[in-house]
Ligand binder design. Structure first.
Ligand SMILES: *Cc1c(COP(=O)(O)O)cnc(C)c1O
Length: 386
C-alpha cells in the first residue's frame, strides 16, 4: 500500500537547494546577479552548447527564439501538434502562421517524411522554420531535420523542454545532446517543477550562433543596451538606449541559485528516470494490452514522461485515480484546441496524433518515485488491463 497519492511528476528539492536559495536571498542581488551567469555557463556546459540565456519560463524563451529567428506576420512555421501550447503559441506571439504536421506513429515525434511532403508541395520560401519537440524526452534526429531545413532554407527551433541530458547518435556515431546547438539554430528548456530541473518558473535558451545569442539577450531585457559599441550617442556612464521593443523575461538570481544546485543532480536524476523506465518496460513487456515507449539504440531517452498506450485509456485513467495514482494525458493535440481550430483545423486532419491521443497515458515518472510506489503503480495498471 501507499501512504500518499502519486502524481505523474514531481520536483525534488533538497536541503542543499534550500541553502543555495537562502544564501542568494541574503546576498546583494535578487535579480540578474552572479548566479544567473553561473547557471547559464553551467547549463551550456551540461548540454554542450556555446551560449545559454536564462529566462523566466520556457514560453518566454520560445517567444525570444521566434523573435530572434525573425518570425513576423505571415511567416509560416511547421509545428508538431503533440506538444504543450507554447511550442506553437510563440509563433502566434509574433503574428506568424502555425502549420501543423502529423507525428510518427513509433517515436511520436514530428514526422520528417510528412514535413518533406509538405515542403515539396509549395514553392521554396513558403515556410520559414520548423519547431520539433523532443516529446516525452525522446530526442529528435536533428541531423536529418537539418539536412531538410538546409535544402529548403528553414531554421530549426528545438523545443527541448522534455529532454535535458537526452541525446541521439548521429551518422558519424557521435552523441548529439539535445540543445547542443549543432543542428538546431535555437533550443529551449523549461524549469517548471514537473520538468527535469526545477526553479519554480524558469527556462533557458541555448544556441551556438553568436548573433542569435545577442538578439535573445537583447529582447530579454526590454530591447535595451548599454554596449558602447552599439549606442547611437553616449551621454555618459549612466546612458542606455532602448533600440527596439523588447520584454522583461529575466530570471531572478535566487531562482538561478536553485537551478545551479538542481543541475548538480541532473545526471544522477536522469539515471534514476532511466531505471524507472526499465522497470516499467520489464513489467509490461509481455502484456498484450499495453504499448510501451519506442526504444532505439541511437536514441538516449530523457524520460520526462513515460507514456503507455492502452485500449481503454479513460477506464485506466479513472481506475488509477480511484487508487490514488494521478496519471496524466500528454497532450490533447494542439490542432484540436478551440483556438487553433479557429484557423481551420479539424478532427481527421492528423490521424496519427489523434489515434495516439485516444490511447495515451503518462504514468508516474520522477526521480524520487520509490520502488515500492512504482510496484504499486505497476500492479494497479496490470489489475486493470488483465
Ligand atoms: C513545459 C513546456 C513548455 C513551457 O514551459 P514553461 O516553462 O512552463 O513556460 C513548452 N514546451 C513544452 C514541450 C513543455 O513541456
Amino acid at each position: 500500500m501507499i501512504t500518499k497519492p502519486i502524481p505523474y511528476g514531481h520536483q525534488h528539492i533538497t536541503d542543499e537547494d534550500i541553502q543555495a536559495v537562502v544564501e542568494t536571498l541574503k546576498s546583494d542581488y535578487l535579480t540578474q546577479g552572479p548566479k544567473i551567469a553561473e547557471f547559464e555557463h553551467a547549463f551550456a556546459d551540461y548540454v554542450g552548447a556555446k551560449y545559454a540565456v536564462a529566462v523566466n519560463n520556457a514560453t518566454a524563451g520560445l517567444h525570444l527564439g521566434a523573435i530572434a529567428l525573425g518570425v513576423k506576420p505571415g511567416s509560416k512555421v511547421i509545428v508538431t501538434p503533440l506538444t504543450f501550447a507554447s511550442s506553437a503559441n510563440c509563433v502566434r506571439f509574433c503574428g506568424g502562421d502555425v502549420v501543423f504536421c502529423d507525428i510518427d506513429k513509433d517515436t511520436y515525434l514530428l514526422d520528417i517524411d510528412k514535413v518533406e511532403t509538405l515542403l515539396r508541395k509549395t514553392p521554396k520560401g513558403t515556410y520559414q522554420g520548423i519547431i520539433p519537440v523532443d516529446f516525452a524526452g525522446y530526442p529528435v534526429d536533428l541531423e536529418k531535420f537539418r539536412r531538410l531545413a538546409d535544402e529548403y532554407g528553414l531554421w530549426i527551433m528545438e523545443d527541448a523542454c522534455h529532454a535535458p541530458g537526452g541525446y541521439f547518435v548521429d551518422s558519424n556515431g557521435e552523441k548529439q545532446l539535445c540543445g547542443n546547438g549543432q543542428f538546431a539554430n535555437v533550443s529551449v528548456f523549461s524549469f517548471h517543477p514537473v520538468k527535469h530541473i526545477a526553479t519554480g518558473e524558469g527556462g533557458m535558451v541555448t544556441t551556438n550562433d553568436k548573433s542569435l545569442f545577442e538578439k535573445v539577450s537583447f529582447y530579454r531585457t526590454h530591447g535595451i543596451t548599454k554596449d558602447s559599441a552599439l549606442l547611437h550617442k553616449n551621454d555618459g556612464g549612466w546612458y542606455y538606449e532602448m533600440q527596439d521593443l523588447g520584454y522583461n523575461y529575466r530570471l531572478t538570481d535566487f531562482q538561478a541559485a536553485l537551478g545551479v544546485s538542481q543541475l548538480k543532480r541532473a545526471s544522477s536524476n536522469l539515471a534514476k528516470r532511466q531505471e524507472i523506465a526499465r522497470r516499467y518496460n520489464a513489467a509490461f513487456a509481455e502484456i498484450d494490452g499495453i504499448r510501451t515507449p519506442f526504444l532505439s539504440p541511437s536514441a538516449y531517452h530523457a524520460y520526462h514522461l513515460y507514456v503507455i498506450q492502452v485500449a481503454d485509456r479513460a477506464g485506466l485513467y479513472n481506475y488509477l485515480r480511484e487508487h490514488q495514482i494521478y496519471a496524466q494525458v500528454h497532450y490533447v493535440p494542439l490542432h484540436l484546441m478551440p483556438y487553433y481550430s479557429a484557423f481551420g483545423y479539424r478532427k481527421g486532419d492528423f490521424p496519427v496524433v489523434e489515434e495516439y491521443y485516444d490511447h495515451c497515458l503518462s504514468l508516474p515518472m520522477f526521480p524520487t518515485l520509490s520502488e515500492e510506489e512504482q510496484q504499486y503503480v505497476i500492479d494497479t495498471v496490470l489489475e486493470f488491463v488483465s
